[in-house]
Design a protein around this ligand. Structure first.
Ligand code: FAD
Ligand code: SF4
Length: 485
């Protein structure tokens, strides 16, 4: 897929990847073998019928491809951009055993983008059932849950603490990776389904979960409040000026438009030599955003090696191309300050990798006598997040030992009629996993409210007919014959 040149894009906020055109999408679609028992489908957390939508691209019927996608996902243009496909559908694609796997994510994005441009929307027939459901949090888990419940006929209201909906998709992932118009375009589908959204509403402070059920007339509640509390290392120096979390940096820019100061009134005192600790997707976003905001040097410190880097492969490659300097096997032990109380550097230790830990990754161990100092005038923490504690503090919801909401296999919590899913249950995961949890919870809520089987919410498409009168098997055979000398 074409991308903006690295030297140009490192100083602008426009989207880095430029997307397929129809010809490129069709060429890529032609690589799909349309497997009868595809491995990619079970590897997708929401089980998109991948061969079905790819086949429609091959037929140039992009609207039909969109219809096939819409049976399982609300957010194809978003997931096509941000899903870690290499670990999900593309990781399982049989073509990938010998060649590059079919670029399923890029094809999904292509179709999702066309749907936004053409304003396609799959509006099912909705028969109101008189049930009211509240959804707390407007991230991908809340959006997916709200969409399925609205399709099942419930009157759904989403309560969102921030002033704009979207969760991490809005405040976390920057414009150069996920443009706001794409999020707005896919969010509009939710509004067309009749879902109401109330922003600036912090549940647990304005009203409690119990009040939603007992006083505000909601028959069920879904909690998808994510894991947005930044984690720190508890090492000396963390209260120095110039030390902040990646969530703060990203929120100030993405949601509060600090990059556009003074047109927007949230300034950001950016350092010239920025160090980001951590190497996940959040770290890559903070690193690349700092470059675009004008930092002269941007460094990444990570206690494991490049092999263990948890970010999407594409984000890591893009960060490297843009000039981020990576320091693998390096961990800070102290932040150093100047006489004005501002951060001036980090004391670090060199690491080596030992045996695998519970996560399956090799455990980093400090190397004795290999300490070093590293200059920095801004330090950004991107080492993970914890759950927001408000709902746990203001309701009798049972939490697990890490402070996340405890939910059973149906995503039911300890409070009757209250379900939960996404990062607030699993800890920080992925957009599509959160969406999958939202859909699962919607199905459980339908069962709880004795509504019709939620599997019927999405009507199954009739099986695709042959192309130019050729049966599918023959079509592939024809392609094989054509490819042979
Ligand atoms: P969230 O998206 O966190 O949404 C929760 C929402 O609930 C928020 O809007 C919050 O304001 C609201 N809320 C919280 N408490 C309350 C309350 N008490 N009352 C009302 N509203 C409340 N995943 C990928 O798959 N690919 C990526 O490339 C990727 N990049 C990422 C980059 C960053 C910077 C971050 C932080 C995460 C990234 N992730 C990525 C992870 C992914 O975004 C999350 O797993 C996903 O958004 C979780 O969805 P969610 O709906 O559970 O929660
Ligand atoms: Fe088969 Fe790969 Fe096509 Fe999925 S994307 S149907 S695994 S060839």
């Amino acid at each position: 897929m074409p991308v903006q040149d690295a030297d140009t894009r490192r100083r602008n906020f426009a989207e880095v990847t430029l997307g397929f055109d129809l010809a490129a999408a069709r060429r890529e679609a032609e690589r799909c073998l349309l497997c009868a028992a595809p491995d990619c489908v079970p590897a997708c957390p929401v089980h998109i019928d991948i061969p079905a939508f790819i086949e429609q691209i091959g037929r140039k019927d992009i609207h039909a491809a969109y219809r096939a996608l819409s049976e399982s996902t609300l957010l194809p243009a978003i997931c096509g951009r941000v899903c870690p496909q290499e670990n999900q559908c593309e990781g399982a694609c049989v073509v990938g055993r010998g060649l590059d796997p079919v670029a399923i994510g890029r094809l999904e994005r292509f179709v999702g983008d066309q749907a936004i441009i053409e304003q396609w929307h799959e509006q099912p027939h909705i028969e109101p059932n008189g049930r009211k459901v509240a959804v707390v949090g407007s991230g991908p888990a809340g959006m997916a849950c709200a969409a399925d419940l609205a399709k099942a006929g419930c009157a759904v209201t989403i309560y969102e603490a921030l002033h704009k909906p979207g969760g991490v998709l809005r405040y976390g992932i920057p414009e150069f990776r996920l443009p706001a118009h794409v999020l707005d375009g896919e969010y509009a589908h939710l509004q067309r389904l009749g879902v109401r959204i109330e922003c600036n509403t912090l549940v647990g402070r304005l009203f409690s979960l119990q009040q939603l059920r007992a006083e505000m007339g909601f028959d069920a509640v879904f909690v998808g409040t994510g894991a947005g509390t930044p984690r720190f290392m508890n090492i000396p120096g963390e209260s120095l000026n110039g030390v902040l979390s990646a969530n703060e940096l990203l929120t100030r820019c993405n949601l509060m438009q600090a990059s556009d100061f003074p047109a927007h009134d949230t300034p950001l005192d950016l350092g010239r030599r920025v160090v980001v600790i951590g190497a996940g997707n959040t770290a890559m976003d903070a690193l690349r955003l700092s470059l675009r905001l004008g930092a002269e040097e941007v460094h990444c410190l990570y206690r494991r090696g490049r092999e263990e880097c948890p970010a999407r492969v594409e984000e890591l490659q893009h960060a490297e191309e843009e000039g981020v300097e990576f320091h693998w096997l390096s961990a800070p032990t102290e932040l150093l300050g100047d006489e004005q109380g501002a951060v001036a550097g980090l004391r670090c230790q060199r690491m080596e990798l030992g045996e695998s830990d519970a996560s399956g990754r090799r455990r980093p161990m400090p190397l004795a006598g290999r300490d070093f100092e590293f200059a920095a005038d801004m330090v950004v923490y991107a080492i993970g997040t914890d759950p927001n504690p408000i709902l746990g503090q203001t309701s009798p919801l049972a939490l697990d030992e890490r402070g996340y909401i405890a939910a059973d296999a149906d995503l039911a919590t300890s409070l009757q009629g209250v379900f939960a899913g996404g990062d607030i249950v699993t800890g920080s995961a992925t957009v599509i996993q959160a969406m999958g949890a939202g859909r699962q919870a919607a199905a459980s809520i339908c069962r709880y409210l004795c509504l019709r089987d939620s599997a019927e919410i999405y009507r199954k498409q009739p099986p695709a007919t042959g192309l130019f009168g050729l049966a599918e098997g023959e079509r592939n055979f024809l392609r094989l014959r054509e490819a042979m000398p």
